[in-house]
Write a protein of this length. Sequence first.
Length: 180
Amino acid sequence: MRQHKQSLLEFQAQLAERLRATDRSETASKLGLGVGGQTWLTELSEIVEVVSEVQIVPVPWAKAWFLGLANVRGVIYGCTDLAGFMGVDTTGERSGGRLLIVHPRYGVNAALHVESTLGLHNTAQMQQQACPAAAPPWIKAIWRDAEGRSWTELDVGKLVTDARFLDAGRDRQTMRVAMS
C-alpha cells in the first residue's frame, strides 16, 4: 500500500508541476480524458485534483450514473460516472479509473469518474471542428489532432450547473414502481 501511495503522490506532484509550467507558458494545453471509449479534453483550471479512486458509498434511489459519495481528504463529494451521465454504454467496470475533483468555484462538491487521464494536449496544434447543433451546452468544442483523432472539449462549469446533472435522484414514478 505504501508503494501505491508514494506513486500517487509522485503522479500528483508531476501533474502539479506540469500545471504550473502550463500556466507560465500560457499555452492552450488541456487535460486529456478517456470517457466511455472516447477522448475528451478539459481546462486545467476547472479541476483542482485528479485522484485514484477512493471508496464510493452508494446512495439509494439515485440515478444509475450517480455513483454515490466519496470522502477525499475530509471533504464529501458527489461522484458522477461521466460516461453514464452522457449515455455512453459502459461495461460497468470502474476499477482503475480516476476521479476529477471539480473546482469549488462552481459551488458544488462534485467528482467526475473517468476511465483514464491521457496527459496534456495543446489545442493550438489541433484544428477546431464544428460542434453539432444538438450538442449539450457543456460541450465547449470539438478538436481534431494531427493523427486524425477527435477530442471533445468539456466545459466542466456548465456541466456541474446543468439541471439534469444536479438532479441525481430518481423520479417519484420510478421509486413508486420499485417499492411495489
